[in-house]
Design a protein around this ligand. Structure first.
Ligand code: NAD
Length: 421
């Protein structure tokens, strides 16, 4: 039986700190500023008791980390996954801070997580878990304080439950407390596909920069979920050949190009990619080593690490996931000349449209899908250009360039606000 790609144990927070230090060194940031912006501002750990369908109470560990509110309210998704740890949530919150600054939206960074196995829980159990978790973090969230959104194994329904739990406590509807909501509850058109669409726009920019045509380009996607499947769909529409994809159940390949719309329908119907007609199964570790133009890791952290990075044969890596490459993998791939679109740039489309959703909720005025896409394209392509400029002018890898842009903007903001302690 094929199993999911092995994930080497590496602490994502250590990687986040390491990348911060590289960027801060390159920016020659003074120590006082580093001390002010490097670490999370607030960490809340909560125990969440939930009555399960069998009538018994079960305890879940859960977190909300606000890394920064220097440039605006904290912003970041909520993840439900068995491997969630406090360090992972701290890393994801830290990346959110730099990501919001890279795309220049007025938010800081946050992240939440619940250590649970959502695939083994009923809808009722997930609703009770979500409502109790929301009550536990309620004192520190709000439209002007900290605004959650979906992440791995949470979705618009989860956001609707959070919005409802928060609103009934306050006594009136407050849609701006979360983004990624259903459209009928104040969600934005285009939010569901925003991350994948943003990935696509940055790939377009990278291909233009590298002189690589998208028509006929070969693409491999690891993690055929929200971000991965939508990026695959848009690349397919642009004439690229998506030759292999995977999810947590297995990996499949078709050298002539997979029929992505049919695969999306198949995954919706069966919950998996494996067994898709006109595809052959391959081992997950083989998938990352396939020769292709564009590799999109779109699952979880630490997918490409020092033991498998040498096997990667892609020209471009577009990090739809957060932290899919370890710092060791970065060094190996950089030395091989692979062009990297780093996560805090590549997957920033999600938080950008979350920002649009929050603006629409605050103004009670909703935009057409085309307005959302046009604005998103402008934001993503401007951010790509800004990062590329630093990469070229300062001769630093794209990851460090993106971190320099994000960290630099937060550093500037804290200095303008004043070093208050
Ligand atoms: P999702 O739950 O919709 O999809 C995740 C996919 O990865 C699923 O298909 C799952 O089966 C697959 N997967 C899990 N483990 C795997 C493994 N070991 N090998 C192969 N596939 C595996 O989640 P998503 O929202 O698409 O998030 C994916 C990544 O993108 C995460 O790193 C997330 O933080 C990041 N991201 C998401 C958003 C967003 O708006 N959804 C925004 C920014 C970043």
């Amino acid at each position: 039986m094929l199993t999911a790609t092995a994930v080497v144990e590496r602490n994502a927070y250590t990687a986040a700190m390491e990348n911060f230090d590289h960027a801060a060194d390159a920016l020659e940031l003074v120590d006082d500023v580093r001390e002010m912006i490097k670490y999370p501002e607030r960490i809340l750990t909560v125990g969440v008791p939930v009555r399960m369908d069998n009538g018994r109470i079960r305890h879940f560990d859960a977190y909300r980390v606000q890394h920064s509110t220097v440039r605006g309210p904290a912003k970041g998704g909520i993840r439900y996954h068995p491997n969630v740890t406090l360090d992972e949530v701290k890393a994801l919150a830290t990346w959110m801070t730099w990501k919001c600054a890279v795309v220049n939206i007025p938010f800081g960074g946050a992240k939440g997580g619940v250590t649970c196995s959502p695939k083994d829980m009923s809808a009722g159990e997930l609703e009770r878990l979500t409502r109790r978790y929301t009550s536990a973090i309620l004192p520190i969230i709000g439209p002007d304080i900290d605004i959650p959104a979906p992440d791995v194994y949470t979705n618009s329904q989860t956001m609707a439950w959070i919005m409802d739990t928060y609103s009934v406590t306050k006594g009136y509807p407050i849609p701006g407390v979360v983004t990624g909501k259903p459209i009928s509850l104040g969600g934005s058109l285009g939010r569901n596909e925003a991350t994948g669409r943003g990935v696509f726009y940055t790939i377009q920019s990278a291909c233009q920069h590298l002189g690589l045509g998208l028509r006929g380009a070969t693409v491999v996607v690891q993690g055929f979920g929200n971000a991965g499947s939508i990026a695959a769909q848009l690349l397919h529409d642009a004439g690229a050949l998506v030759i292999a994809v995977s999810d947590s159940t297995g990996s499949i390949r078709n050298n002539k190009g997979l029929d992505i719309p049919a695969l999306i329908s198949y995954k919706e119907a069966t919950g998996k990619v494996s067994g898709f007609p006109e595809s052959e199964p391959i081992f997950p570790q083989e998938l990352l080593g396939l020769e292709c133009d564009i590799l999109i890791p779109a699952a979880l952290e630490n997918t490409v690490h020092e033991e498998n990075a040498m096997r990667v044969r892609a020209k471009v890596i577009a990090e739809a996931a957060n932290g899919p490459l370890t710092p060791e993998a970065d060094r190996i791939l950089d030395s091989k000349g692979v062009f990297l679109i780093p996560d805090i740039l590549c997957n920033a489309g999600g938080v950008t449209v979350s920002y649009f959703e929050w603006v629409q909720d605050e103004q009670h005025l909703f935009w057409e899908a085309k307005d959302v896409y046009d604005r998103l394209e402008r934001v993503m392509k401007t951010a790509f250009k800004d990062v590329l400029k630093i990469h070229q002018q300062r001769h630093v890898p794209m990851r460090i360039a993106a971190n320099m842009l994000g960290v630099g903007r937060v550093a500037e903001a804290i200095q303008l606000r004043g070093l208050y302690p």
